[in-house]
Design a protein around this ligand. Structure first.
Ligand SMILES: Nc1ncnc2c1ncn2[C@@H]1O[C@H](COP(=O)(O)OP(=O)(O)OP(=O)(O)O)[C@@H](O)[C@H]1O
Ligand SMILES: [Mg+2]
Length: 248
């Protein structure tokens, strides 16, 4: 089996409180996995641990079989895990095109990059991303002037031009209109198979639209795993969501 990501017994203990507690799952290469769970379940912390923002207390994370648990955030990004943040990490003063060129070139310094001429291969990748994210009309605009949705799509696009093998998305549709949410679902569905994606999302219409396999977390632990029908019928899942507005 070719797993993109193997998470085994992952735990982080914040002074006696285990925000992620002996969590284990495997994600296939090219899989789109949705992580659900009530507020405080540990979803964001799980992403913090995978991306190296937070160091785990025990357990391990493997990327394509290679252990990355002890690498720092930067090394993990280099190894191929890309993360989209709530506030997009785009260069607001650069144009949309320049942002894509910077991410495609993989050079750490922006200023170096502006003098860097991109290769044919990088150019093609950028073209694909422009089409995927539908940003062709705003390529010359400053990234800081984009709409909320466009900024999110640009950042997602930058993860693709960066060649992130595994993409972590924490509530990518937060603050989006219904239309923007639908477009985000379309983009994510198109990435399925080419990139391995882990997405935390509360919007159940969105989840129903994109999801195949769902992992539910509760109190830092794995509560259930399966397709959407299985998850929605699961008694333990229903119970975990009681008082938090329900899963629907
Ligand atoms: N650095 C930290 N120190 C102590 N506790 C923390 C720390 N980071 C997170 N927590 C706690 O861990 C728990 C899980 O938080 P986390 O943000 O991962 O939840 P979540 O599932 O992403 O919730 P939400 O759906 O609200 O985003 C919470 O109780 C939170 O207060
Ligand atoms: Mg969260």
């Amino acid at each position: 089996m070719s797993y993109a990501l193997t998470v085994d017994g992952l735990t982080v203990d914040f002074n006696g409180f285990k925000a992620v507690d002996n969590f284990t799952t495997t994600i296939d290469t090219g899989e789109l996995r949705v992580i659900l769970g009530p507020n405080g379940a540990g979803k964001t912390t799980l992403m913090d641990l995978i991306s190296g923002k937070t160091t785990s207390t025990s357990g391990e994370v493997k990327l394509f079989g290679r252990e990355i648990t002890r690498l720092n955030e930067h090394q993990i990004a280099r190894a191929g895990i890309g993360r989209k943040f709530q506030i997009p990490s785009i260069f607001r003063d650069l144009s949309v095109m320049q942002n894509l060129e910077v991410s495609a070139s993989g050079e750490p310094s922006v200023f170096k990059n502006l003098k860097y001429s991109i290769t044919q291969e990088e150019k093609q990748k950028i073209e694909e991303v422009i089409e995927l994210t539908d940003l062709s009309d705003v390529l010359k605009s400053s990234a800081g002037d984009l709409s909320h949705g466009q900024m999110q799509w640009l950042e997602l696009g930058m993860l693709i031009t960066q060649d992130a093998k595994v993409i972590l998305l924490d509530e990518p549709t937060a603050g989006m209109t219904k239309q923007e949410t639908m477009k985000t679902a379309d983009i994510i569905k198109k990435l399925k198979g080419k990139h391995t994606i882990l997405v935390v999302e509360h919007d159940m219409a969105f989840v129903r639209d994109i999801a195949e396999r769902i992992t539910v977390m509760h109190l830092g632990k794995l509560l259930a795993e399966g397709d959407i029908d299985t998850i929605e019928k699961d008694e333990a899942v229903r119970e975990a969501y009681l008082g938090s507005g329900g899963i629907h």
